[in-house]
Ligand binder design. Structure first.
Ligand SMILES: CC(C)(COP(=O)(O)OP(=O)(O)OC[C@H]1O[C@@H](n2cnc3c(N)ncnc32)[C@H](O)[C@@H]1OP(=O)(O)O)[C@@H](O)C(=O)NCCC(=O)NCCS
Length: 208
């Protein structure tokens, strides 16, 4: 199924990965394309991945960076962001967005941010002080919450981690939301330590 839907560049990228990562990557790309097609009301086979990397640009050989699709050769009217963690994938999208709208989403497992030295490279001085004031039992989730907010923001701007994360303060940044699962959603296997953030803004000037 993946080979039928995905672009040659996506298949090439996936096939260069180790087996478990490859499976996660290919499954999430198929899910993403199906999700995008459903929102656009077209068959998934009519979409073709069109990625944009801040270093490499765009084109049929690019399968990394900011996600997007072509529909019948033209850019599909869909703003899209995606994130994977712990075998789960989170998508955010806006159909027929205004040209200046930007969107980023991130899914994070708290365990992934719990290693020595993380705070020094990832957090601003103010965020580190904030984390010191959080009670120890809650600190791990709070650290991951901040990290999800940073990655959501940096996907929204398109810069990614080319921006030093310890220079981006996300404690009270407008346009950032912590995502909660609605109580009505019954996702029994969802790991406890998963956190997510969404960044949305109208960017009239610049990227910062
Ligand atoms: C994207 C990033 C901020 C976080 O990624 P992560 O936590 O490792 O992984 P996530 O699963 O949360 O997000 C990955 C998704 O982010 C999106 N993404 C990647 N780069 C992006 C960018 N510049 N702008 C917007 N979205 C981006 C893609 O949808 C990607 O999905 P994919 O793996 O199917 O390609 C980080 O990996 C990064 O900055 N990468 C790019 C660095 C760069 O520009 N390198 C130059 C490459 S030539």
């Amino acid at each position: 199924m993946a080979a039928e839907l995905l672009s040659p560049a996506e298949m090439l990228r996936g096939n260069a990965m180790a087996p478990v990562l490859r499976l996660e990557f290919l499954v999430s790309r198929v899910a993403q394309q199906t999700f995008a097609a459903t929102l656009l009301g077209v068959p998934a086979s009519k979409l073709r991945a069109a990625y944009e990397c801040p270093e490499c640009g765009t084109g049929p050989d690019i399968a990394h960076g900011r996600p997007g699709y072509l529909l019948d050769g033209d850019p599909a009217p869909l703003l899209l962001s995606a994130s994977r963690a712990s075998g789960w994938v989170l998508f955010a999208a806006v159909v027929r967005p205004e040209a200046v709208l930007q969107l980023g989403v991130d899914l994070e497992n708290a365990a992934a941010t719990e290693f020595a030295g993380f705070d020094d490279v990832a957090l601003t001085v103010r965020e580190r002080r904030h984390l010191d004031r959080v009670e120890p039992m809650r600190r791990s989730r709070e650290r991951a919450r901040l990290w999800a907010r940073k990655e959501a923001w940096l996907k929204m701007t398109g810069e990614g981690l080319r921006v030093s994360p310890d220079s981006l303060d996300v404690l009270e940044r407008q346009g950032l939301w912590d995502l909660e699962l609605p109580a009505s959603v019954d996702v029994q296997d969802l790991p406890n330590g998963l956190l997510a953030a969404l960044a949305v803004r109208f960017a009239l000037t610049g990227t910062s």
